[in-house]
Design a protein around this ligand. Structure first.
Ligand code: NDP
Length: 370
């Protein structure tokens, strides 16, 4: 056994320079038996920048496959058909996609359009009897999110939110460490999420399409992160808004908000969400026995981090590949990620966002009930 392992290790090292030998070697082929289980057949709605990233990542999925598109731009449909080998019968636009209900070759639709469109589009997908995967934020407020949850329940389809970090290996490791008590009693989380937004005419700065500003788009990572890192649900929030550019960040479009969340154990979170500062992607958490710092903490990776025990060294895999394989496993086998990512989970974040906006506007401490 030992000599076989040595042989394999040597072969791996030598294979670095000889990729053909590595791939054609029967020893390695034997250990990578082809996957023969169910494959989630997915149509992507909204062929924009993130939709493209998901499509590319899905090339490496074994449990999920891109088979269809829904788009308002005919030229993109044509490009994607050629690039991803998508048959014409699996191509739709925003007017006719309800007909997807008669298409047995599509199991799920991944909604990757501007936030303000998610609710209506997701409900139409559910009514067509297809599973809904919806990008974050799942809607523009908790009432809309609740409608989506109810519609998917009524249609007996899954509603999953694109929380890719719930499958990210270093994040999963930190959550496991916290669950195992390795940080002791966790007391404080700090989340900083932001970037400097460009083009003032983009939908992210349009209240109707975005539902808000930085909080909806990037601050949500600190909200979701505070919950999965601490492992508790917040019971109150306070918040303060700063706006330095009221022309770019119009009424209802938040530029920078600092917020504080309180948790039943007494733990607190202190977070910053902004569209007007660069390089903000950092989580820190400390407890009675240890601490963790992650930077970058939620970008596309590789995520980097260290704890009181040393560097986090879990290997990087494209987040969206892990996510789509994981969602397929969830749908077909009921295997849940370490932290849920269903509609109820997304609804909790929307309730917190509603409370943050209320706290920022009134200056009051707002109670949260999830
Ligand atoms: P883009 O603007 O790049 O793409 C959005 C696409 O939606 C468009 O290309 C268009 O595709 C379609 N669309 C339909 N109606 C409209 C409209 N009225 N205005 C503009 N676009 C429209 O945005 P992103 O891809 O960056 O973001 C889409 C969603 O994905 C958002 O909810 C965002 O929060 C989320 N996201 C999530 C990330 C993550 O890491 N989880 C990262 C980035 C974004 P078409 O021409 O095909 O109709």
């Amino acid at each position: 056994m030992g000599s076989r392992r040595n042989f394999l290790e040597k072969l791996t090292v030598s294979a670095v320079g000889l990729p053909l030998l590595y791939h054609s070697n029967p020893l390695f082929a034997a250990s990578e038996a082809p996957y023969q289980g169910p494959v989630l057949k997915v149509a992507i709605m909204g062929l924009g920048s993130y939709g493209t990233r998901v499509a590319e990542a899905m090339k490496d999925c074994k449990r999920a496959k891109l088979v269809g598109v829904i788009s308002g731009t005919p030229s993109k449909i044509k490009d994607w058909q050629a690039k991803y080998d998508i048959p014409k019968k699996n191509c739709y636009n925003y007017e006719n996609f309800d007909a997807i209900k008669d298409n047995k070759d599509i199991d799920a639709v991944y909604v990757i359009t501007p936030n303000g469109l998610h609710k209506d589009q997701s409900i139409r997908v559910a009514k067509a009897g297809k599973h809904v995967i919806c990008e974050k934020p799942m809607a523009v407020n908790a009432d809309e999110a609740q409608e989506m949850v109810d519609a998917c329940k009524a249609a007996k389809v899954h509603l999953l939110i694109g929380y890719r970090m719930h499958y990210e290996p270093k994040t999963v490791e930190v959550i496991k460490m916290r669950q195992n008590g390795e940080f002791g009693k966790v007391k404080f989380f700090q989340g900083q999420s932001g970037f400097t937004i460009g083009d003032p005419s983009q939908w992210r700065l349009n209240k109707e399409l975005a539902g808000g500003g930085a909080m909806m788009d990037i601050g949500i990572y600190s909200i979701n992160g505070a919950r999965y890192m601490l492992g508790e649900e917040p019971i109150w929030v306070t918040a303060q808004e700063t706006k330095t550019d009221p022309i770019k960040f119009k009424e209802g479009v938040d530029e920078t908000i600092q917020f504080q969340l309180g948790f039943p154990s007494g733990a607190v979170a202190n977070c910053l969400s902004t569209y007007n500062m660069s390089h903000l992607d950092r989580f820190f958490m400390t407890g009675s026995e240890g601490w963790v710092e992650m930077q970058p903490s939620t970008g596309y990776g590789p995520i980097k981090g260290r704890t009181h025990k040393g560097e986090l060294n879990q290997s990087h895999t494209t987040h969206q590949t892990l996510q789509m394989d994981g969602m397929s496993q969830l749908i077909f086998e009921g295997v849940q990620p370490i932290v849920p990512l269903d509609g109820e989970e997304g609804l909790k974040d929307m309730k917190i966002i509603d409370a943050i906006y209320e706290a920022a506007e009134t200056g009051e401490k707002v109670a949260i009930s999830l």
